[in-house]
Design a protein around this ligand. Structure first.
Ligand code: SAM
Length: 279
């Protein structure tokens, strides 16, 4: 069922005695153009996080062979069963995207299929959900997600830009992110306070740099932990057990200026520093 105007969405919620829940980040997308643009990124199989009452789900079902949607709000389940009743390539899973076993879900539901994630993400858990989707070990082809405009800029940021931070490096380890669409607040019901953007992250088949990602991210977290400090000071206070001299030696061996700031370093430089710190 097409849910592309605010009036229809509000009426369906009302008729079913449901209310928009802020605590679950429920801002439903009603722009037909934006819904279609997100669905263009669907692969053979699509995992959707948070279907709401099915606005995006319906478009995804038109493009993909199979769509599996995970929804936390039990009051929306009976509504989705109605709005999606005529789609036989749709499966609904009631659960929490932060807790569900994603590897098992994908293996069980999409055998032999290439799978993407398409979602209008609930804003209150954007970072933990994305972190999970990127690092869970499932070889998704792409993650195409609606996020707050500022988060979109951070995901796509290059070293040296003001938006560049730990999440940019983390995302860059797993894939190549690009903004594909700006989305004004008025495209949602209820309208959120901020504008949004759709980001597509194409996941790498192989890591772009060598080394244990945990070691790399430990250095990244330390470097960005105290943004005003020089890299050498930030690493000294953020990496317990590593001496100032060791840090100075490693930065010098990597050709990195100790008075530089973390936000100027590339993923490759972080990986080199992590590798040398291991000894
Ligand atoms: N996809 C719909 C749309 O575009 O209109 C709804 C998007 S709305 C921004 C986010 C959806 O995610 C809501 O349906 C909300 O209940 C659901 N949600 C929130 N937290 C969740 C979680 N931890 N696991 C699964 N779904 C969640």
């Amino acid at each position: 069922m097409r849910l592309t105007d605010a009036g229809t969405v509000k009426r369906i919620m009302e008729e079913n005695g449901a209310v928009f829940k802020k605590k679950f980040g429920q801002n439903f997308l009603t722009s037909e153009n934006v819904l279609a643009r997100i669905a263009e990124n669907a692969d053979e199989g699509v995992l959707e996080i948070g279907p709401g009452i099915g606005s995006l789900t319906d478009f995804l079902c038109e493009k993909a062979k199979k769509v599996v949607s995970v929804e936390i709000d039990s009051s929306l389940i009976p509504i989705l069963e109605k709005t999606m009743a005529d789609r036989d390539n749709f499966r609904l899973v009631e659960g929490d995207a932060l807790k569900i076993d994603l590897e098992k879900l994908v293996a069980d539901e999409f055998p032999g299929m290439s799978v993407s994630v398409c979602a209008n993400l609930p804003y209150y858990i954007t970072t933990p959900v994305l972190t999970r989707l990127l690092s869970c070990g499932v070889p998704f082809t792409n993650l195409t997600v609606m996020v707050q405009k500022e988060v979109a800029s951070r995901l796509c940021a290059a070293p040296g830009s003001p938006e560049y931070g730990a999440i940019s490096v983390f995302c860059g380890y797993y894939g190549k992110a690009r903004k594909i669409l700006k989305v004004p607040a008025g495209c949602f019901v209820p309208a959120p306070k901020v504008d949004s953007a759709v980001v597509r992250i194409d996941l790498f088949r192989e890591p772009p740099v060598p080394g244990d990602p945990e070691d790399i991210f430990r250095v990244v977290r330390a470097a960005f932990g105290q943004r005003r400090k020089t890299l050498s000071n930030a690493l000294s206070s953020g990496l317990p057990g590593v001496t100032r001299q060791e840090i100075a030696d490693v930065l010098s061996a990597c050709g990195v200026d100790p008075s530089a700031r973390g936000e100027t370093l590339s993923l490759t430089q972080f990986a080199e520093i992590a590798e040398k710190l291991k000894g």
